[in-house]
Design a protein around this ligand. Structure first.
Ligand code: NAP
Length: 289
């Protein structure tokens, strides 16, 4: 069994994927805007991820914009049959790199078409509807019009499965009254635990929960306890944060982002890390109020 298989498997749409995947956002330039400094390394990261067994890659055409998807296509097309590429729509980039809402039906169709063209696909495996009612946290707001628009594109065969992102529990339920929601992608990690209850709700329903910023994203996780336990176990704090997420719930799929093969190797090795109950309790306490 390869190291990444030890992390286990979980259902994502009509497929089963390995719980250790890869998030491609870091492959674009600084601020997820423009080309990367080292395109060859970006291509190498993707190829090494897939060679190591990764079968779930998260992306969006607004990373770059377009750049990340173009690099994925250059590195991996034609895609392995078992590779699930999950993308997201609902936003666009301003000329200054700002992140703007773009969720009118015609904008969602255009975003799906951009993803299809830049990834070189006839249909997208999973499309997350990324809501932006509040930039900083999931916030109340109606989701029906956007989910109906994606359901329409699904009926037309352009999308195979639908997920939701940056959402509340009530919004997940509202979306599920319209379509089969296969995954939820929200901000969550060892120190940012707002979604504890939602994760458990989704686990009971067999729905994948895919935390974004698993390592803290633009503000890398910092905790004295995390650092101390990592030193004790002989791993890095980032590895330990990922290992904790794998233990947190079986429906959690990891998509840590990195632009370097060295970090990729560290991240894909975390299924090997044993966490005994006392250590888990110690780590759990970090994010408790
Ligand atoms: N739905 C949404 O709204 C949303 C929002 C944000 C992200 N996402 C998705 O979630 C994925 C993950 O989020 P993210 O990439 O923003 O944040 P992340 O995975 O929490 O952290 C990425 C950062 O950690 C660094 N890093 C990665 N592995 C490391 C390691 N082993 N040791 C030390 N540093 C390490 C990366 O730098 P290096 O490049 O130097 O390794 C990068 O700066 C993204 O790729 C994207 O697909 C979704």
């Amino acid at each position: 069994m390869s190291s990444i298989e030890k992390a286990g498997l979980y259902r994502l749409g009509d497929r089963t994927v390995k719980r250790l995947g890869y998030g491609a956002m870091q492959l674009a330039g600084p601020g997820v805007f423009g080309p990367p400094k080292d395109r060859a390394e970006a291509v190498a990261v993707l190829r090494e991820a897939v060679a190591a067994g990764v079968d779930h890659i998260d992306t969006s055409d607004f990373y770059g914009p377009h750049v990340t998807n173009e690099i994925i296509r250059e590195a991996l097309h034609p895609y392995p049959a078992d590779l699930t590429i999950v993308t997201k729509v609902g936003g666009k980039r301003g000329a200054d790199g700002s992140w703007l809402r773009a969720d009118a039906p015609d904008e969602l169709r255009a975003a799906v078409e951009d993803n299809l063209r830049n990834l070189g696909l006839d249909a997208l495996d999973v499309v997350n509807m990324r809501f932006m009612f509040d930039p900083h946290r999931p916030a109340d707001g109606p989701v029906e019009a956007q989910i109906e628009a994606l359901a329409d594109l699904q009926r037309q065969g352009l999308i195979r499965h639908i997920g939701v992102s940056h959402v509340t529990s009530a919004q997940v339920k509202a979306a599920r009254r319209i379509v089969d929601v296969v995954c939820v992608q929200n901000h969550y990690n060892l120190v940012h635990r707002d979604d504890d209850a939602l994760i458990d709700e989704l686990a009971a329903e067999g729905i994948a929960y895919v935390p974004y910023f698993p390592l803290g994203g633009f503000s890398p996780l910092q905790s004295d306890t995390l650092a101390a336990v990592a030193t004790r176990l002989g791993v890095t704090p980032m590895q330990l944060a990922l290992a904790w997420l794998l233990r947190r719930s079986p429906n959690i799929l990891l998509i840590p982002g990195t632009s370097s093969r060295a970090h990729l190797r560290e991240n894909l090795a975390v299924a090997e890390i044993d966490l005994d109950p006392a250590t888990l309790r110690e780590l759990d306490a970090i994010g408790k109020p």
